[in-house]
Design a protein around this ligand. Structure first.
Ligand SMILES: *Cc1c(COP(=O)(O)O)cnc(C)c1O
Length: 396
């Protein structure tokens, strides 16, 4: 096996340098732990950015994947395949009873929603051209989704702008009243902004937006790429808001680390995208769909989600006690196992110090230390994380 230095050197030479990586090369994982090439062990409280939500090397899912390897892996959407249909049925029944489009990432799932929004807008006599998104949102890095994203830093260098977006400050109902006219085809929002700093939207704002969208035939589209599939302690974040979105997009944790994205479209709008209007070569293949079916079966169990809620409360309480002890912590943010600590100062170096202690976290919006642990963590893992946080915080 190559050394860390060798890996870094060859990365620089052969891999496009679009990432700022941690000074660590990982080689394997088990449960909620990962190991680097020097056999140093880390407690992983980022879980592949909310992808490895059932931890690493899960026996149940490994055996499903192994079985699928002997069948098809992939065959394209020229054919019907059963795992894809099984998964679509599970997703439909647990969300908005809609129809499912399969693709391979969060950005692609949102691309599907945005294409649907355009096709929907073009059905009107005076075509509706505008799509509303929120400031501080994150919807992906493709050209359409990067301009749907309400953060200038991701758009820098990529003009001319693709699409016609209006960005609204979250929770600003006054602005909504002004902007929700009949030139708007859709809104796309995260109910809890992830990359934007773990910001939970106001229930009142969301319900007002939802009601107006219904009234004005504006598509109400919710990006649950990060919040979906148990992350918040419910199966989906929209269940906290008493709404049923017209479109729900998912990706990240849906197939246990295998790439998959989905857009689930309510029946009344599902006919807008007709045969030939959208496609994906890999979308909903046998292997990924089989894995995703198992993931959904595991996380939809009431006992599983109850455990997430319980451990979330425990973790949240422990974070509050850290806040009490350290004045540089302004706020404990989040819900479920999507939690963070807002600092008075940038937290990039805190992340590095935590890495040295064997705890993986990340820093978003400059000063929010984010935790997205696997949903299977137990009390002892929280205790271990808190101990490491405490040790590093003492030095700040
Ligand atoms: C990660 C993320 C995306 C983008 O997903 P990719 O798979 O990286 O394309 C989109 N929306 C939200 C809310 C995300 O967290």
């Amino acid at each position: 096996m190559s050394s860390y230095n060798d890996i870094v050197k060859r990365n620089k030479k052969y891999v496009l340098q679009t990432y700022t990586r941690y000074p660590v090369a990982l080689k394997k994982g088990k449960g909620v732990y990962v190991w680097d090439v020097n056999n140093k062990k880390y407690l992983d409280f980022i879980a592949g950015i909310s992808v490895n939500n059932l931890g690493y090397n899960n026996k149940q899912i490994n055996s499903i994947i192994n079985k699928s390897l002997e069948n098809l892996i992939h065959t394209s959407n020229l054919f019907y395949t059963e795992p894809q249909i099984n998964l679509a049925e599970k997703l439909s029944k647990s969300t908005n009873n809609g129809k499912v489009f399969f693709c391979n990432s969060g950005a692609e799932a949102n691309e599907t929603a945005l294409k649907l929004a355009r096709a929907h807008g073009n059905r009107f006599k005076n075509p509706r051209k505008k799509i509303i998104t929120l400031k501080n949102s994150f919807h992906g890095r493709s050209l359409a989704t990067v301009f749907a994203t309400g953060q200038k830093k991701y758009q820098k260098g990529f003009k001319p702008k693709v699409g016609n977006y209006t960005y609204i400050r979250p929770d600003n109902i006054k602005m909504l009243k002004k902007i929700l006219n009949n030139d708007v085809s859709a809104v796309l929002i995260e109910l809890i902004q992830g990359e934007g700093g773990i910001n939970i939207l106001d229930k009142e704002f969301v319900q007002y937006l939802y009601k107006e969208c219904r009234k004005k035939k504006i598509l109400f589209m919710v990006d649950e790429v990060q919040t979906g599939l148990g992350r918040t302690g419910k199966l989906f974040a929209f269940k906290y808001f008493n709404i049923i979105p017209d479109v729900i997009t998912l990706a990240k944790s849906i197939a246990f680390g295998l790439p998959m994205g989905v857009a689930i479209i309510k029946k009344e709008f599902a006919g807008i995208l007709k045969p030939g209007m959208h496609a994906s070569t890999f979308g909903g293949g046998d292997l990924v769909s089989s894995a995703a079916c198992k993931v959904i079966d595991i996380i939809s169990k009431k006992s599983f989600l109850d455990d997430v809620q319980k451990i979330s409360k425990y973790f949240h309480t422990k974070l509050l006690s850290l806040k009490k002890r350290y004045k540089f912590i302004i706020e404990v943010k989040g819900i479920g196992l999507m939690l963070g600590l807002k600092f008075k100062f940038p937290c990039k170096d805190v992340v590095k110090k935590l890495l040295k202690q064997g705890l993986i976290t990340n820093c978003i919006q400059d000063n929010v230390l984010r935790f997205l642990p696997p949903l299977i963590i137990k009390k002892n893992h929280v205790d271990e994380a808190i101990q490491k946080l405490d040790k590093v915080f003492k030095t700040l």
